[in-house]
Design a protein around this ligand. Structure first.
Ligand SMILES: Nc1ncnc2c1ncn2[C@@H]1O[C@H](COP(=O)(O)OP(=O)(O)OP(=O)(O)O)[C@@H](O)[C@H]1O
Ligand SMILES: [Mg+2]
Length: 511
C-alpha cells in the first residue's frame, strides 16, 4: 500500500457558535480516491475548505498532517503550493475573461519584461481542452459564451493545469452529461495511476461507486464510517448517509392530467454573437394542467435556452408565441412572465437564482415582496411566518432564516430558490435541473413536492440531464437535439435508450 499522504485529525469547525464539523478524522494515501458522502449540509464542503485553507489555520480545531508534517496553511495559495488543489462546488470562473485566461488565472505565464505570454497560454489551454474532449471550445472567447456543462469542464481544466498531489473535486459532475462524466472519470483514473490522491464528492452515487476506493460517510458534521468500496454498494452508501434504508427513489402520487394550459409556438432563439445560428429552432409544444413534462437532451441541445425564452429571460434575440389558458400572453421579461403565471427555477443558481447579499428569508420572499407590503411597509411577522412555513415544507436546513444565503450548503440553496418561486403560486412551474447537487433523500422530497403541485393542477416543465429522473417523474417527455424537437413521448414503457436515440437524431420520434 502506498504511504499516507494526508491525515486530518479531530477537525472541528463552528460558524457563529453552531458546529458544522465535530471531530472528523480522515486519512488519504497517494493514488487513493476517497468518496466523501453525506446529505446536504453534512459538512463535506466545509471539511474540504478546511483542508484547502479557504478557512485558514486557526479558524478551526484539530490537526492536519501532509507528508507526515503539520500543515498550518493560512491561505489557498499556500495549500496550492503544497499540491492540494480544490475544484469548488460553485464555479469560480470569471465570465468576462477568456477560457485560457480563466485556466491560468493566478499563475499566468509571462514573457521577459513581464507581459503575459498569450500564445503559450492559449496553446497550453488548447491541450488541456483536448484532454477534456472539448476541442471545439475557442480558448480566446470569454467563458460566458459557454454553457454550464462546458464551464464545469473548464473549471476542471483549471485544476489540471496545476501540479496536484491531492485533488479535491466537490460536485464536479453536477452539470455534466453521461458522456462528459465518463471523460472526467477517465481523467481521475489517470491521475490516480500517476499517484495523485483524490477526494471525490458527488450526489451521483453510481459515479462515486465507480471511481472511489474508499467511502467516508459523514452526517451532521460527524464521522459515521470509513469503508473500502469493495465492501460497499450504492444502497449501503445511502443507508449510511441517511441513517436508514431508502427503498424507493421516486415517490408515486396519482395526479390527473387535464386540459392544455400552456402552449409554446414556434420558439426560436438565436446565438447573441452569431444571430444566424439558432440555438432553438422552431420548437412548439404544449403542457397540460397537472402534467409533469420532462425535457431531455444532451448539453447544448437548447433546453435551457428554450425555457428561458418562454420565461422572458433569454439574453439574445428570440421569436415565437406563448399562450396561457387559450390567450396569448406577453412573457417578454421575467417580471411579465411571473405576473402571467410562470415561475422558473434556473439552472445556474449562483448567477440567476439567489441574491448573494441577502439572507435566506429575504431570498425566499424576494419574488412576492409586494404581497407582504401595504403602502410600502413590509409586514414582517407575516413574512417571517411564510418563510418558516416554506423552510419546513422544503426541509431546508438552516440554523436561522437570517443567515446569509451563501452560508447554506449547495443543496439547501437550491431548496431556497425553489421555495422562492413556489410562493408566486404559478400556473406553470419551470424547473431547470431542479435536483442538481441535491442529496438522495432531498431529491425524493423535491419529486414528492413536484407531484403534489401537479396534483393541485400546476403544470410542471422539468429540464433535466439525469435521464433516470426524467423517466422517474415525468408524464410525458420531450427530447431535444441541436435546437430541434426530436421526440415527444408519453412516458409509458419509455427507456433511456429510446430517449438517447431520439436525442442524437435516430429512432422513432413519437410514442
Ligand atoms: N459560511 C457559513 N456560515 C454559516 N454556516 C455555514 C457556512 N458554511 C456552511 N455552513 C453550514 O455548515 C453546514 C455544512 O455545510 P456544507 O456546505 O459543508 O455541507 P455539504 O455537505 O457540502 O452539503 P451539500 O451536499 O449540500 O453541498 C451546513 O449546515 C451549513 O449551513
Ligand atoms: Mg457542498
Amino acid at each position: 500500500m502506498s504511504p499516507i499522504l494526508l491525515e486530518m485529525k479531530g477537525i472541528a469547525k463552528r460558524f457563529d457558535g453552531v458546529p458544522a464539523l465535530d471531530g472528523i478524522d480522515l486519512a488519504i494515501r497517494s493514488g487513493e480516491c476517497i468518496g466523501l458522502c453525506g446529505e446536504n449540509g453534512a459538512g463535506k464542503s466545509t471539511l474540504m475548505k478546511v483542508l484547502s485553507a479557504v478557512y485558514p489555520h486557526g479558524s478551526w480545531d484539530g490537526e492536519i498532517l501532509f507528508d507526515g508534517r503539520p500543515l498550518r496553511a493560512r491561505s489557498v495559495r499556500e495549500t496550492e503550493a503544497a499540491g492540494i488543489i480544490i475544484i469548488h462546488q460553485e464555479l469560480m470562473l470569471v465570465p468576462e475573461l477568456s477560457v485560457a485566461e480563466n485556466i491560468f488565472l493566478g499563475n499566468e505565464p509571462t514573457l521577459p519584461g513581464g507581459r503575459l505570454d498569450y500564445p503559450a497560454m492559449n496553446r497550453r489551454a488548447e491541450d488541456i481542452l483536448r484532454e477534456l474532449k472539448l476541442p471545439d471550445v475557442n480558448v480566446v472567447l470569454p467563458v460566458k459564451n459557454y454553457g454550464g456543462g462546458h464551464q464545469q469542464l473548464i473549471e476542471i481544466g483549471k485544476a489540471l493545469n496545476k501540479q496536484a498531489r491531492l485533488l479535491i473535486l466537490d460536485e464536479p459532475s453536477a452539470s455534466l452529461t453521461a458522456a462528459e462524466i465518463e471523460v472526467l472519470l477517465e481523467i481521475v483514473r489517470d491521475l490516480k495511476a500517476r499517484g495523485v490522491a483524490c477526494v471525490y464528492i458527488s450526489h451521483k452515487l453510481e459515479e462515486v461507486a465507480a471511481i472511489c476506493d474508499t467511502i467516508v460517510v459523514i452526517r451532521d458534521g460527524k464521522h459515521i464510517a470509513t469503508t473500502p468500496m469493495r465492501e460497499m454498494n450504492v444502497d449501503r452508501i445511502i443507508a449510511q448517509m441517511c441513517g436508514r434504508e431508502l427503498n424507493q427513489l421516486y415517490p408515486s402520487l396519482p395526479h390527473t392530467v387535464g386540459e392544455v394550459v400552456m402552449e409554446a409556438r414556434h420558439i426560436t432563439c438565436r446565438d447573441p454573437d452569431q444571430p444566424r445560428r439558432k440555438k432553438v429552432d422552431d420548437v412548439s409544444f404544449e403542457v397540460r394542467r397537472g402534467e409533469i413534462l420532462g425535457i431531455a437532451g444532451l448539453v447544448g441541445a437548447g433546453r435551457t435556452e428554450l425555457v428561458t425564452a418562454i420565461f422572458g429571460a433569454y439574453d439574445g434575440p428570440s421569436e415565437g408565441e406563448v399562450w396561457l389558458e387559450g390567450a396569448r400572453v406577453d412573457t417578454s421579461s421575467p417580471l411579465k412572465a411571473i405576473r402571467a403565471g410562470f415561475a422558473l427555477v434556473p439552472e445556474d443558481r449562483k448567477q440567476h437564482g439567489i441574491v448573494r447579499d441577502l439572507s435566506v428569508g429575504q431570498n425566499i420572499t424576494l419574488s412576492v415582496l409586494e404581497r407582504f407590503s401595504s403602502l410600502s411597509r413590509i409586514d414582517d411577522s407575516r413574512e417571517s411566518r411564510e418563510v418558516d412555513t416554506q423552510i419546513r415544507r422544503m426541509g431546508l436546513k438552516t440554523a436561522s432564516p437570517a443567515l446569509p444565503i451563501t452560508a447554506l450548503s449547495g443543496g439547501n440553496q437550491q431548496k431556497a430558490v425553489l421555495a422562492k418561486m413556489l410562493l408566486t403560486q404559478p400556473k406553470v412551474l419551470i424547473l431547470d435541473e431542479p435536483t442538481r447537487g441535491v442529496d438522495v433523500g432531498a431529491k425524493f422530497e423535491i419529486y414528492k413536492l413536484m407531484l403534489e403541485l401537479a396534483a393541485q393542477g400546476i403544470a410542471i416543465i422539468m429540464v433535466s440531464s439525469e435521464l433516470a429522473e426524467v423517466l422517474g417523474v415525468s408524464d410525458r417527455v420531450l427530447v431535444m437535439g441541436e435546437g430541434k424537437l426530436r421526440g415527444n413521448f408519453v412516458n409509458q414503457g419509455l427507456t433511456q435508450e429510446m430517449v438517447l436515440a431520439a436525442a442524437i437524431g435516430q429512432g422513432n420520434q413519437h410514442g
